[in-house]
Design a binder for this molecule. Structure first.
Ligand code: AHR
Length: 519
């Protein structure tokens, strides 16, 4: 009898914790900053089958007159890719752009990813691609084995209408009008020992500043992106790198680039789902450094210009050669990507560019197999955000259950991190776009739906609310060339609640976007 009493009492005490309704409070007056459309950008590198055999494949039955795959172009258009970074990545640190223009292309050994580079695809082919999909180009220069003069020539080739040698060279090659490339990256991951021509923080800062000067003298309208930290391996000092770059390049650049890749090598779902919190911590750290060092009247913003899940095709044969970095993504990866996108939105005042790495085949949302193409799970959150999450980001209050990561929490690569406490099961952002309110909710809970009151404190939903959900039968569900298991589903609209609150139950392991007019 006593035992039964104890069981009943325990069950009773535990009940409120499970039955508790989560709360999201939204106040449309609490604005964080304008969401830059460049948060929904991407990256293409001469690596594996990203360019050759992905974007560009003259042998494919899908190829257009220029050898670009039409199915891939359409998938990119549907993704609404704001900016596309090119041509690398590690590749760029030994890339000589002059090898890839004009009739006599110079083949080279490609040392970053160990293959032959024919240089058949180069600046002019990329610009044809960019025009066809309506993406804005962002070129990274070679600050590894390249010279600052070579970088200046590239700006001249691309952005000067006529007159000097390289502008005339472009015209001679059949491109009369300048390309007016606005975004230029000053090298790639120059802090990494894997980088050809790795530099110390000060050596990088000096070289980047001199490159910035002569590139800007050539075209004063360009925007420059400095290489920030990418190296978090034991012994590296990413903070020293960022401080030096920000201090020495203040007044010369517009962005500091940060890179982050995560994985789930330990197969710990809840740890993996917490990795976007580390991105948020790094964002806050660099935000503080910008406040400290950006004294000039040229504001510096953060560009997360490489981010993704990447751990399976790594550190073995699958990291080099023609099939390098071909990750196959599942639902839990898509949930992490939504967490990254939420991080960008939540920091919309300082994060003004973000590029998923990469676009096709190589750690990519779009995948081709012979003449067929399919969309990986990570395509869908990026597409949902790019097409809907716009306007002013709002500061959202969330009250829900939380969990702690395991003591051996890591980013799933060779980076060790302190474990994270109080990870909310609901990861929420919101934006006000004119009279439309958009709310994105990731339910990290693997097993339970979370019933939630959405309380609008100012403007209130004034009509039906659209609901989009990305989910799948389980967290390991993947798409393949023949089956689409994880995708975006439009659910039935929620009826106008007629008052301030909406109640919604966010399903286990899901991404939900709610969108409706407010008054
Ligand atoms: O995106 C794959 C590689 O990751 C890039 O080439 C490099 O910049 C980073 O290390």
């Amino acid at each position: 009898m006593k035992r039964l009493y104890v069981i009943l009492l325990t069950a009773f005490l535990a009940l409120p914790a499970f039955a508790q309704t989560a709360r999201i409070k939204i106040d449309t007056d609490r604005k964080i900053g304008e969401i830059d459309k460049n948060l929904y950008s991407n990256f293409t590198e001469h690596l594996g089958r990203c360019i050759y055999g992905g974007l560009y494949d003259p042998e494919s039955s899908q190829a257009d007159e220029a050898g670009l795959r039409k199915d891939v172009l359409q998938a990119i258009r549907d993704l609404n890719v704001s900016i596309t970074r090119y041509p690398g990545g590690n590749f760029v640190s030994n890339y000589h752009w002059l090898d890839g223009v004009g009739p006599n292309r110079k083949p080279r050994l490609e040392l970053a990813w160990q293959r032959m580079e024919s240089n058949e695809f180069g600046t002019d082919e990329f610009m044809d691609f960019a025009r066809k999909v309506g993406t804005e180009p962002y070129f990274a220069i070679n600050l590894g084995t390249g010279t600052i003069e070579e970088a200046q020539w590239w700006v001249e080739y691309c952005n000067i209408k006529e007159g000097p040698y390289y502008a005339e060279l472009r015209r001679k090659y059949g491109h009369d009008e300048p390309y007016n490339i606005k975004y230029w990256g000053l090298g790639n991951e120059m802090d990494g020992d894997w980088q050809m021509g790795q530099l110390s923080p000060m050596d990088y800062a000096k070289k980047a500043r001199e490159a910035a000067k002569i590139m800007t003298y050539t075209d004063p309208t360009i925007k420059l992106i400095a290489s920030g930290s990418s190296n978090y391996t034991p012994g590296a000092d990413p903070d020293e790198w960022n401080r030096t770059v920000l201090d020495y390049l203040d007044g010369f650049v517009d962005y500091i680039a940060l890179h982050m890749y995560v994985g789930n090598a330990n197969n710990n779902y809840y740890d993996f789902l917490a990795t976007p919190i580390i991105m948020d911590q790094r964002t806050q750290l660099v935000r503080g450094m910008i406040r400290e060092y950006n004294k000039s009247d040229r504001p510096i913003k953060i560009a997360w210009d490489e981010y993704n899940v990447w751990y399976r095709a790594r550190d073995d044969a699958s990291s080099v050669g023609i099939h390098a970095l071909e990750e196959h993504y599942n639902l839990e990866d898509a949930l992490v990507i939504a967490g990254f996108l939420n991080c960008f939105v939540r920091n919309a005042d300082i994060v003004k560019m973000a590029n998923m790495a990469q676009l096709v085949n190589v750690i990519a949302p779009i995948f081709v197999e012979d003449d067929k193409m399919y969309l990986q799970t990570i395509y869908y959150p990026l597409q949902l955000f790019a097409n809907n999450m716009k306007g002013e980001a709002l500061d959202v209050f969330v009250d829900c259950d939380k969990y702690d990561t395991s003591p051996d929490f890591s980013l799933g690569r060779n980076e060790v991190n302190a474990s994270v406490k109080d990870v909310p099961y609901l990861d929420v952002t919101a934006a006000l776009d004119g009279d439309e309110l958009i709310v994105c909710v990731v339910n990290r809970n693997k097993d339970k739906a979370i019933a939630t009151d959405i309380i609008c404190q100012q403007a209130k939903f004034s009509g039906p609310v659209e609901v989009y959900e990305i989910n799948g039968p389980d967290i390991k569900a993947e798409n393949t060339v023949s089956t689409t298991t994880v995708t975006t589903q439009k659910k039935a609209d929620l009826k106008n609640p007629g008052n301030a609150n909406l109640r919604y139950s966010f399903p286990a392991h899901s991404i939900t976007m709610l969108k409706g007019k407010v008054k």
